[in-house]
Design a protein around this ligand. Structure first.
Ligand SMILES: C=C(O[C@H]1C=CC=C(C(=O)O)[C@@H]1O)C(=O)O
Length: 433
């Protein structure tokens, strides 16, 4: 059993969910420009936004997700809940994000917000979460948003170099290709960072608006200053059903629809990309197997079209073997599935070591699980891609990330161009794309 540190044990949560009239675009509802206070999980207009902190736990180390999961399970069991809506995402929820590496000082956290607004299939709701057994007045959207500050667009944004200059990163890719060709690993996902600096603190609400609008089919997330729109779903648990969207294998878009259709066909036939993709699907399927005796894994990937790139995509579904309290929560599943070969490589341990040696940086929470968890264990966890982290030291600065799967047939110049394409969503949202 995971022990809870005394500081992690909070008063019982008092949770109330009420239906509200349609709330409009979710990203417009966040009232404050505090970069670390905004929480978001939006896709195709549905999802959750949240703010405030009823409770939080900060964790680090190899069992960081297990500790956070146990902490929230305990809070959920003791919570006093009045839920008048009763759909996925109502009642007590927590948002979280966790470091890619178990050794990273970034660790991770789960935050139980004070206010959550959600929408799903035309139903909108408001949840308030209090501590200290106070039963406040009936939740009211107008009251919660009464002090809303106007959204500020980013101004004076400049791009700055990351840990490795582009040419140095290209050389790092070439070295990794050589190591793969020498038989050290089969696939390694190599990432790079870059910085952006603005004239004033960045209002993450403007980024969320742009990302949720431009990348509608992605999951637009914000947790503790990590903001992005990921196309990759690590795991969703909804009752006994599990779903995952595995992506690996990429081609850039040209902006010309006919040319892009031809490029999609090229991607679907590219042996280099199909190999890269297969490693990612196999790693996910192998990690899922202990929890679901049978999984539906399509044999051939489809092509996912995003505004900046196209990816090979496989949607995996499965039914959990265990039900009820015995079933692993969505966060426990995320912990078991992370890191897939979409962000690490094959074999996992060798790839992780090569990443630590070759990237010249700590990934922080980039490429780690990000998402939300309900008190019943259901929830959704994406892989934190196409994202930026607001600096804790200076809210005018953001660190952007992009990575590429490297296999024996990879070309360093093409991989650098691919990483640039993957930086486009956040750069455009900042006005520098
Ligand atoms: C590691 C990233 O993308 C992954 C997801 C989709 C396609 C990928 C690729 O083709 O390399 C990567 O595996 C990233 O966006 O930083």
């Amino acid at each position: 059993m995971t022990e809870l540190a005394p500081s992690d044990v909070a008063d019982p949560l008092v949770v109330r969910t009420v239906a509200v009239p349609d709330v409009g675009p979710l990203a417009d509802l966040l009232p404050h420009d505090d970069p670390r206070g905004a929480m978001s999980w939006i896709r195709r207009g549905d999802g959750l936004v949240a703010w405030g902190e009823a409770a939080r736990t900060d964790v680090a180390g190899p069992d960081r997700m297990a500790r956070a999961d146990a902490w929230f399970a305990d809070l959920g069991r003791r919570a006093v809940v009045r839920d008048e809506v009763g759909v996925r995402g109502t009642g007590a929820v927590a948002f979280g994000s966790f470091s890619f590496s178990p050794d990273s000082p970034a660790g991770g956290s789960l935050v139980v917000p004070r206010v959550v607004i959600g929408r799903r299939d035309g139903v909108s709701w408001l949840t308030t979460i209090e501590t200290g057994a106070r039963v406040g007045p009936r939740p009211s959207l107008a009251r919660e948003r009464s002090a809303a500050a106007p959204v500020r667009e980013p101004r004076g944004v400049r791009s700055l170099a990351g840990a490795l200059e582009p040419a140095a990163w290209r050389r790092a890719v070439a070295d990794v290709v050589a190591r793969i060709r020498a038989g050290e690993a089969a696939k390694v996902v190599l990432a790079r960072d870059s910085w952006a600096s603005a004239d004033e603190p960045v209002d993450v609400r403007s980024l969320l608006r742009r990302l949720a609008g431009d990348y509608d089919s992605c999951w637009t997330f914000a947790v503790d200053g990590l903001v992005g729109a990921t196309p990759e779903l690590l795991v969703r648990r909804e009752r006994g059903l599990v779903a995952s969207r595995v992506l690996a294998g990429t081609i850039r878009r040209t902006g010309d629809d006919d040319a892009d259709l031809a490029r999609a066909a090229t991607l679907a036939r590219s042996s280099k990309d199909l190999e890269e993709h297969e490693f990612a699907v196999s790693s996910l399927a192998a990690a899922l197997a202990p929890f679901a005796a049978t999984a539906n894994v399509p044999e051939v990937p489809s092509v996912l079209h995003l505004p900046n790139v196209m990816h090979l995509a496989t949607d995996v579904t499965a039914v959990l073997d265990e039900v009820g309290d015995e079933a692993p929560s969505s966060l426990a599943l995320a912990a078991a599935l992370h890191p897939t070969a979409a962000v690490c490589g094959t074999p996992t341990d060798v790839a992780a070591r090569i990443i630590a040696e070759a990237e010249g940086m700590d990934r922080g929470r980039y490429a780690g699980p990000v998402g939300w968890l309900g008190a019943d264990g259901d929830g959704e966890w994406g892989i934190a891609l196409r994202c930026a982290e607001v600096s804790t030291d200076d809210p005018r600065r953001l660190r952007l990330f992009a990575g590429c799967g490297i296999v024996a047939a990879s070309d360093p110049v093409a991989e650098l161009a691919e990483s640039e394409a993957k930086l486009v969503p956040v750069r455009s949202a900042l006005g520098i794309g």
